[in-house]
Design a protein around this ligand. Sequence first.
Ligand code: ADP
Length: 320
Amino acid sequence: EGLIMLDADRKIQYMNQSCQDLFEVSGSKFIGQTISGFCDSIPMQEVVESALKGNVHTAMQELDHKKVQYFGNPILENQKIQGIIILVLDITERERTERMRKEFSANVSHELKTPLTSISGYSELIENGIATGDDVQRFAREIHKSSNRLLTLINDIIRLSELDVTTEDIMEELDICDMAANCVEMLQMSAEKHQVQLSFSGEPQMVTANRQMMDELIYNLCDNAIRYNNPGGRVDVSVYREVERVVLEVKDNGIGIPEKDQERIFERFYRVDKSRSKSTGGTGLGLAIVKHIIALHDNVKLELRSKLGEGTTIYVYFTK
Ligand code: ADP
């Protein structure tokens, strides 16, 4: 926290290092000068003038790449104002997290509303007897589909919030090759449905990681490689060793990701093509979960290489 002390004439008596860092200045040259020589913004003036009248006051200000909050307090001695103390807090991160939290809540509400509206609508039609014959089955299918979508969404949201609060999890020695091979086997049916050829190659490779998280990570990457592919396409999963690390590679020759979206796809609910994601059962949370998992492992890193129309390769690097 930054701290500035002024005397009753608004002259700077003291400024700590954090304050100098926040304003990116050297404080020594401002000692003895009035506060307006250091910062003449309206929020700062408000705080100073209010404190000089004996009031505690707070105000916010945007600096170059930061947002700060000032707290002004009068220093009283024998009922007389001797000076003021101004506390400067860097609230950039707090504001960013708050904004992200709001965006996330808005997105969650929106995502949940769509399937719920459809469940409510179709079931009402059946209840009122408006739907007859084949319609009943058709509407029931829609209700079933929407309920499954809700379940998937809720599971992903719960998983994300679990990962949010997890600080450390049990790490163990795992054969990542064995895990990837199992996942590929499990996804064979889905690959066939998408007319994608899914293959695996690799030798046993031990890494230190959390088992459940690695299962989720491999599943999400392979599932995406299949879903964002074209009929007749390929997905090749491999595990191999490089000098100092073990690599898990998920390579597809599918639709690829435009360069401008490559960084954003790890954000919650960000999709390049929303309708394609939804029609294949996507929630927009898979890669956000992957990102969280990577962040919880100091020894695991991820690299994405993708070209629109040519395909995507994701490398997961494991070091000791
Ligand atoms: P979703 O549930 O929509 O698949 P993800 O978080 O797993 O959500 O992925 C976010 C977005 O990234 C997807 O909607 C898609 O646009 C893009 N994406 C992810 N993996 C691939 C891939 N292998 N090829 C092309 N696009 C991909």
